[in-house]
Design a protein around this ligand. Structure first.
Ligand SMILES: *Cc1c(COP(=O)(O)O)cnc(C)c1O
Length: 342
């Protein structure tokens, strides 16, 4: 049986066309800076986001953690939303890798505002922790894929410049945000000091993330990547998949969003669903009626019907649409959801 897998957009597998470009990719030793495919991917991504340079890494966790390390000194504080991936899902890396503490802000659906940031910047007394970095997430994973507009990020950038704070973007799903706002990668790139983008989520590459920034930042980042054990050798096989993903799988992302909306409409009709959070992009998060069914049981019920979802807390479920979730799978999913009350 072929699973309908909605646990994450990381479950996509490389297509035949992607595998073909991987097979014929020119490669070299990337630790020596000699892999033509890695160099081509880095140059392409940097240009796309109007940055001077880029660094190809094994994961988005690594690109975020390298950025934090380069932007801070041990003992500093960074500001991020309480829901952010860098805080919740990177194994405590902020403190482990950088000796930095996080001040968790309660944004609006995972999004920070200039006011909220400004109210949490420490003064310069010796006894106060030095605030040195702000990290935004776009789209916000734990808030149903909500997104910032360019104007909102530019306002935050202006504040960060005034206050001499670095500004990082965890843009694991930045292309999903841009598919909705219609804004350009070029402008978004200019509004951050560093950007992390994932190639292995909605874009369908098997492995890889990119860190983007100016030349000096990426020079330091390369060093940290080596320290973290992320220096890869003939990584061009993977980079070729990444380049293919950027060239072919960006323009279709809106389809995933439309499918997610249809699923959320159907879920609203299911009697034991308490609340479906607004769906902004490709992430659907909903709460179950505690007295009717727990998250684990719901997950199991769907699994019996060939659909995999992830329990996101006790009574909360997350579903994520993606490249390998076809129209046929969508129809089957809607049908199963319709049948749940029977
Ligand atoms: C997936 C993801 C990452 C990176 O995760 P890896 O699995 O390490 O590639 C970072 N931030 C967000 C918001 C994500 O969803």
């Amino acid at each position: 049986m072929e699973w309908i897998d909605l646990r994450s957009d990381t479950v996509t597998k490389p297509s035949k066309a992607m595998l073909d470009v991987m097979l014929t990719a020119p490669v070299g030793d990337d630790v020596f800076g000699e892999d033509p495919s890695v160099n081509a991917l880095e140059a392409h991504a940097a240009k796309l986001f109007s940055k001077e340079a880029a660094l190809f890494c094994p994961s988005g966790t690594m690109t975020n953690q390298i950025a934090i390390k380069v932007h801070t000194q041990p003992g500093d504080e960074l500001l991020c939303d309480v829901n952010s991936h860098i805080y919740n899902y990177e194994g405590g890396g902020i403190s482990f890798n950088s000796g930095v503490q996080a001040r968790l802000l309660h944004g609006n659906e995972g999004k920070l505002s200039p006011e909220l940031i400004e109210n949490n910047i420490n003064g310069t007394y010796d006894w106060l922790t030095k605030t040195s970095l702000v990290s935004l997430e776009n789209t916000v994973n734990r808030a149903g894929g909500s997104f910032y507009t360019l104007a909102q990020t530019q306002a935050i950038q202006k504040l960060c410049r005034e206050k001499h704070l670095a500004l990082h973007l965890d843009g694991a799903r930045i292309f999903n945000a841009l598919a909705e706002t219609g804004e350009s990668t070029f402008e978004i790139g200019k509004s951050f000091d560093s950007i992390s983008i994932c190639l292995s989520k909605g874009l369908g590459a098997p492995v890889g993330s990119l860190l983007l920034g100016d030349k000096e930042f990426i020079r330091k980042a390369r060093r940290v990547r080596k320290v973290f054990g992320g220096g890869m050798r003939q990584a061009g096989v993977l980079a070729a998949a990444g380049l293919y993903a950027l060239n072919n799988n960006v323009s279709r992302l809106k389809e995933d969003h439309q499918k997610a909306k249809l699923i959320s409409e159907e879920l609203k009709l299911v009697s034991f669903v308490e609340q479906v959070l607004p769906v902004y992009t490709n992430i659907i998060i909903f709460h179950l009626k505690k007295e009717r069914v727990s998250g684990d049981v719901f997950e199991f019920k769907l699994k019996e019907k060939g659909i995999r979802v992830s329990a996101f807390g006790k009574d909360t479920i997350r579903m994520v649409t993606h490249l390998d979730f076809t129209d046929t799978m969508l129809n089957k999913t809607l049908e199963v959801l319709r049948g749940l009350d029977k």
